[in-house]
Design a protein. Structure first.
Lengths: 384, 172
């Protein structure tokens, strides 16, 4: 027999007993339905961060599975005024700090090059305007303060993988760099730093226990409920009003997204046994970030077909909205990955006036209408 | 901007999905099993392919190409699965080659076990091309379209793959 014939015979024998499970069609329909399913986040979730910050002491936001602690009692349904924000420490006392501050212009975003240079880039021309610092390792998370004066980023130890369940020794560190002085300082243990929209609070992913911590404030751990996810945090995003936090989990193809929501006493998401966090097991691609007008953005990071043009879509963050029906494709990139092996959209950030930066094979800016504008080659990481 | 699909389109998709399922699910599952070497991963890949097709049914220009879409999705599912995690985490998770369980091995004749092991020792792309070509019965053109590579590249991988497989089998 030829190798071809032997291969055919072996694979035929290997798969001869393979057949669909009795409920395969039901599962296919269910999976298709889940892809289209609503992003049923309760409107009450808008009070999240405010209520989280009102109560004192660490609170475990845990699944009701197993009858564990469900956190604080639900506060009154009436909106609560946001408390005074926890100020983020800033460098003080240095001569440069009192000098005229050097900040990123509203048009500029921060980026990390493949050479680990931390740079400012014009969102108009795509040209680098300034090199801020040279980093020792490539960060996994990066954010620029709204006032354009401080950059926050994380540093993982070599060999430690973003998305893994981390040991205490592997827990990364979040640093800040002052754009006026170039001074770097340690901010917190954790990773994926994300500033609230007003820049007054910084949220970081915690480790070794997965969760979210407000720097200078409280920690909100969560369980590993939700299927095969490892419990590690893939990304953090504040809601547009700064009162809630979205968390996307790593270690699962579907990147299930949680919205911290201790106010709502019942689930409107996909997993029905969690009372105090909203699980939305949609097929979100990475990342999903708040945009404007109560809408979230969803960027396609994968494809099953070569040559697809990748889309950035918006969907409503409303109860009853349905993923697959109630979304709209804002724009498609004018290029495809070409092959299945290349990454699609690897990063997406929202800047002033709701403008969007998208990274794929190139870096693009979208100003709210029309086609996206190509700015140049992509960076390793961007923040705006 | 794209408009949401309407109920009529969804109803069409449901009917088409059911027909495609009955006609091709088992064949695709066997193809996925041959590609993945793992029954659970294969089932997951095929179901995901159907679900993706269902959600994109309204955008499918030629419904007759639905099977090609499904094959392409299944063929690319293994790498797509790893790439999805890689993009999300910005790191490459270690690839753990599938090791057949004792039960699986017991069901296969020794000859078949040897061939499958030899196949798994080849580079991923060569494995894919050989499985699609000599088990899936797909043409070089169809494989090229499914994998997003040129027909010449398929020919090269097939040629090198079968030569390497022959050497591997000859050495055992």
């Amino acid at each position: 027999m030829t190798p071809e014939e032997r291969l055919h015979a072996a694979l035929s024998a290997m798969t001869s007993g393979t057949g669909p499970a009795s409920d395969a069609l039901v599962r296919v329909r269910d999976r298709a339905h889940r892809r289209r399913r609503a992003v049923r986040l309760r409107a009450a979730g808008g009070l999240v961060a405010a209520s989280l910050l009102v109560a004192g002491g660490p609170v475990a936001l845990r699944s009701s599975r197993g009858g564990r602690d469900l956190g604080p009692a639900a506060p009154p349904a009436t909106p609560t005024a946001a408390p005074s924000p926890t100020p983020i420490p800033t460098p003080s006392g240095s001569p440069a700090a009192s000098a005229r501050p050097l900040a990123a212009a509203p048009d500029e975003f921060v980026a990390v090059t493949a050479d680990k240079d931390l740079v400012l880039v014009s969102a108009t021309t795509g040209r680098r305007t300034r090199t801020v610092a040279r980093l020792d390792t490539m960060p996994a998370g990066l954010d620029l303060a709204p006032d354009g004066r401080t950059v926050y980023f994380d540093v993982f130890r070599p060999g430690v993988n973003y998305g893994d369940r981390l040991t205490p020794e592997q827990c990364p560190t979040v640093y800040s760099v002052d754009l006026a002085t170039g001074a770097r300082r340690t901010v917190a243990r954790g990773y994926s730093p994300r500033l609230s929209p007003d820049g007054s609070r910084l949220a970081v992913a915690t480790c070794p226990e997965p969760g979210v911590r407000i720097v200078g404030g409280r920690t909100y751990p969560y369980d590993r409920a939700g299927g095969s996810n490892t419990g590690s945090v893939a990304s953090i995003a504040w809601t547009s009003d700064g009162r809630g936090i979205y968390v996307q989990h790593g270690g699962d193809d579907t990147n299930p997204m949680t919205r911290f929501d201790p106010v709502a006493d019942r689930v409107s998401g996909g997993v029905s046994d969690s009372r105090d966090i909203v699980w939305v097991r949609t097929m979100f691609s990475y990342p999903a970030v708040p945009w404007r007008d109560g809408r979230l953005l969803d960027a396609e990071s994968t494809s099953s077909q070569p040559g697809e043009r990748y889309a950035v879509s918006a969907f409503r963050d409303d109860p009853g909205s349905e993923y697959g029906r109630d979304y709209e494709v804002l724009f498609r990139l004018p290029e495809s990955s070409g092959t299945i092996d290349e990454p699609a959209i690897t990063d997406l950030v929202v800047g002033p006036a709701g403008r969007i930066l998208v990274q794929a094979r190139s870096l693009y800016r979208w100003d709210g209408s029309g086609e996206p504008v190509r700015l140049g080659p992509p960076y390793a990481l961007i923040g705006w | 901007m794209e408009l949401p699909r309407d109920d009529e389109a969804l109803s069409d998709a449901d009917g088409a999905l059911t027909a495609l399922f009955h006609a091709h699910y088992t064949g695709l599952l066997r193809l996925a099993t041959a590609l993945h070497g793992d029954a659970a991963a294969a089932e997951d890949a095929v179901q995901d392919a159907f679900a993706r097709l269902y959600c994109r049914w309204h955008g499918l220009r030629d419904p007759d190409k639905a099977l090609a879409y499904l094959r392409s999705s299944v063929a690319n599912s293994a790498r797509s699965r790893f790439r999805r995690l890689r993009v999300a985490r910005r790191h490459t998770p270690p690839h753990v080659p599938h090791a057949a369980s004792a039960e699986e091995s017991a069901l296969l004749r020794d000859e078949h076990v040897v061939v499958v092991r030899a196949l798994r020792s080849l580079p991923a792309r060569q494995q894919e091309v050989l499985v699609l070509r000599y088990f899936g019965g797909m043409s070089e053109t169809a494989i090229a379209a499914a994998l997003g590579v040129s027909a010449g590249s398929v020919k090269k991988h097939a040629s090198r793959g079968i030569a390497a497989l022959g050497r591997e089998l000859g050495a055992q």
